[in-house]
Design a protein around this ligand. Structure first.
Ligand SMILES: *Cc1c(COP(=O)(O)O)cnc(C)c1O
Length: 229
């Protein structure tokens, strides 16, 4: 089941790559979003080529790390509370959900303690949906200016979650807008910042996101089926 779904997602990625309107990176990396799926499901996906896993809860990820080996990269894709920054820094290779300077400062502080340079992405709420985390597009540049104060942070790109539309085409302008911002930022220089990763697209809209230039997509349901809560 998982193997077949994964094959289908990988095929779709190739199709979307062929239909790209714009991109800065030849490759697209797939993060298998494993939240609410058990380690057996994860092992099956890893055995079939998954190299990146995405979790959104610290507690759940900590339990899974203990039973799985670490031959995959662990990505935190969900909101991070400041008081859990320490666990996140211990565990995750890339944190996609930096959405305030306060959180970044805390991540920097705990990373310093274990002498780690923590890779993070800045979460942008392009559509300014009230229910979503992330800073607005106007706030991006001032935020990037501030990263220079935090030497245990390497901010290596941007992440967004598009609103859930019935017609995925409605998400396209959002992805396009962030791609344009991303490319403009690539031409500038900020200390402790590089624009390497553009994380956008989930099960519903990853093909559109790839067509609009994403090089990191986060797919859960499309690989593992519906989550049971
Ligand atoms: C859950 C989640 C995903 C995956 O969602 P699917 O619709 O199951 O693919 C991707 N990104 C974030 C931030 C998530 O929380």
């Amino acid at each position: 089941m998982i193997a077949e779904k994964l094959t289908q997602v990988m095929r779709n990625i190739e199709i979307a790559k062929g239909n790209r309107n714009r991109y800065f990176d030849e490759n697209v990396k797939l993060i298998a979003v494993t939240k609410n799926h058990d380690v057996n499901a994860m092992r099956e996906a890893i055995d079939h080529g998954v190299k990146f896993v995405g979790e959104n809860r610290i507690q759940e990820a900590m339990q899974k790390v203990e039973t799985l080996d670490r031959s995959v990269e662990w990505h935190l894709i969900g909101h991070l509370q400041t008081n859990k920054a320490k666990y996140a820094v211990d565990l995750f290779d890339l944190i996609h959900s930096i959405d305030s300077e306060r959180l970044m400062a805390e991540v920097n502080r705990v990373a310093n303690k274990i002498n780690k340079i923590q890779k993070v992405l800045l979460q942008v709420n392009v559509s300014e949906e009230k229910s979503k985390f992330g800073i607005s597009t106007k706030e991006i540049e001032p935020f990037l200016d501030s990263v220079g104060q935090y030497d245990h942070i390497h901010l290596c790109g941007l992440m967004t979650i598009a609103p859930h539309y019935n017609n995925v085409e409605d998400a396209r302008p959002i992805f396009r807008e962030l791609f344009q911002i991303f490319c403009n930022l690539k031409l500038k220089s900020f200390k402790n910042v590089s624009m390497d990763w553009l994380s956008m697209g989930m099960t519903n809209d990853y093909m559109v996101a790839i067509e609009e230039g994403a090089n990191l997509i986060r797919v859960g349901t499309g690989i593992f089926g519906q989550r049971q809560y």
